[in-house]
Write a protein of this length. Structure first.
Length: 406
């Protein structure tokens, strides 16, 4: 696959897998692709970001290695060599040619409680607390628009971290770790990952995060304090006086045209909020689901508010319905849904699309991209009406991200 990139903004599709990352370069037309990779071979890549802010051209990847060791490609000495860490953020400033783990990566504070001191939460050794572990990084996102050097990362176990220098050094957002409900947090079947981070497009003090098997949180003071926003999700009634821990959001997205309009693919259905997450209401007209059949992971939204999702069977099977990869689209803010993709493949394909396996780009017209757990990559340039496949079969795809390299 080759292409000659002209004067239009260069575009790269970033694909993370359980065996490294793959980059697919193209131009504005997005009809021919040049593959680069695998990068970070042997590493699981659950999150990846291309960052062009502030004149940089940096890639950041959340990586982890189950064994803590990797094969020595030189063939000299031991069969494996130590890795620089289990869950690690690695960066590249040359489009993936070389990668380096950051020197001061994310880390939870040492054991101890937290106390409020001079306007911020700080660790205290006055009482013991559970020691939280970094198992992987589920999400890496750019910070608020006025802060071009800020990057956020979400981890498993659920933690939020921030870098103020483009990803070189990281600190814990301890206001979230110290939330009063933290002792109640616990993993579900898929762990306890902070998998979604949404920055308000105009207000740097506001953001939302979602953690699996825990819930949705919002801050309006830059992360110093957080409130839980789960009323209406799952079995939680909208009129609940106190929100509940234990709701399992699968993916949370924000409408770019109205940042208080949020959408969520939850363990038990699809919901919308028009008040910044204070209350949630089901939006499933046309999805043809009932009971556990509302289950699914991926959800994404375009700049003009079009929504896309891929429903799965149920929480026990976690494959696409009837062996068919079908994308549903909503053009009315979730009031109704319609299948737009038909069949991707002519034969049965009992695959899955993970929570970050569906994405849209910021070009005009926008493209929609989908990666499956079977290693297939599809894309559409006509709002999901027709799809093409990027040639090749890749390892299990964990995330699909877009990068316009202006």
């Amino acid at each position: 696959m080759t292409t000659t990139v002209g004067t239009a903004p260069a575009f790269t599709l970033l694909v993370g897998t359980v065996k490294g990352a793959f980059l697919f370069h193209t131009d504005h037309a997005r009809t021919e692709w040049e593959m680069s990779g695998p990068h970070l071979g042997g590493w699981e890549v659950y999150s990846i970001l291309g960052d062009s802010r502030g004149g940089r051209r940096r890639l950041l990847a959340g990586t982890n290695h189950r064994s803590g060791r990797r094969h020595d490609p030189s063939g000299v000495g031991d069969e494996s060599v130590p890795l620089p860490g289990g869950a690690t953020i690695q960066v590249s400033d040359d489009l993936g040619a070389t990668w380096q783990p950051v020197d001061e990566g994310p880390a939870f504070a040492p054991m101890g409680s937290y106390r409020w001191d001079q306007g911020r939460w700080t660790p205290s050794d006055d009482s013991a607390r559970r020691e939280w572990r970094l198992n992987r990084f589920w999400q890496i996102v750019p910070g608020h628009v006025p802060e071009p050097d800020t990057v956020f990362a979400g981890s498993e176990e659920a933690g939020l971290f921030v870098s103020r220098d483009g990803g070189d050094t990281w600190t814990e957002v301890s206001g979230l770790t110290a939330h009063p409900t933290r002792p109640e947090w616990g993993p579900g079947a898929g762990g306890m990952g902070l998998h979604t981070i949404l920055c308000h497009p105009t207000d740097p003090s506001r953001m939302w995060v979602a953690a699996s098997a825990v819930g949705v949180f919002h801050t309006d003071d830059g992360g110093a304090s957080w409130d839980l926003r789960t009323a209406g999700l799952g079995r939680q009634p909208v009129e609940a006086k106190s929100h509940r821990i234990g709701v399992c959001p699968h993916k949370l997205v924000l409408d770019p045209a109205d940042p208080d309009r949020l959408y969520i693919q939850d363990h038990g259905g699809v919901y919308r909020s028009t008040d910044g997450g204070e209350s949630w209401h089901r939006i499933e007209n046309g999805l043809g689901t009932d009971g556990d059949g509302r289950f699914g992971f991926p959800l994404t939204v375009s700049a003009d508010g079009d929504l896309y999702l891929v429903p799965l069977t149920d929480s026990d099977h976690r494959v696409v319905r009837d062996g068919r990869v079908v994308v549903f689209r909503s053009t009315d803010r979730g009031d109704s849904w319609h299948p737009v993709s038909g069949d991707f493949l002519p034969t049965a394909d009992y695959t899955n699309v993970l929570r970050d396996g569906l994405a849209v780009d910021s070009l005009d017209p926008y493209g929609v991209y989908l990666g499956t757990s079977a290693g297939e990559i599809f894309y559409s340039l006509d709002r999901g009406e027709s799809w093409a496949q990027i040639p090749g079969r890749f390892p299990r795809i964990t995330c699909v991200k877009t990068w316009v390299r202006r």
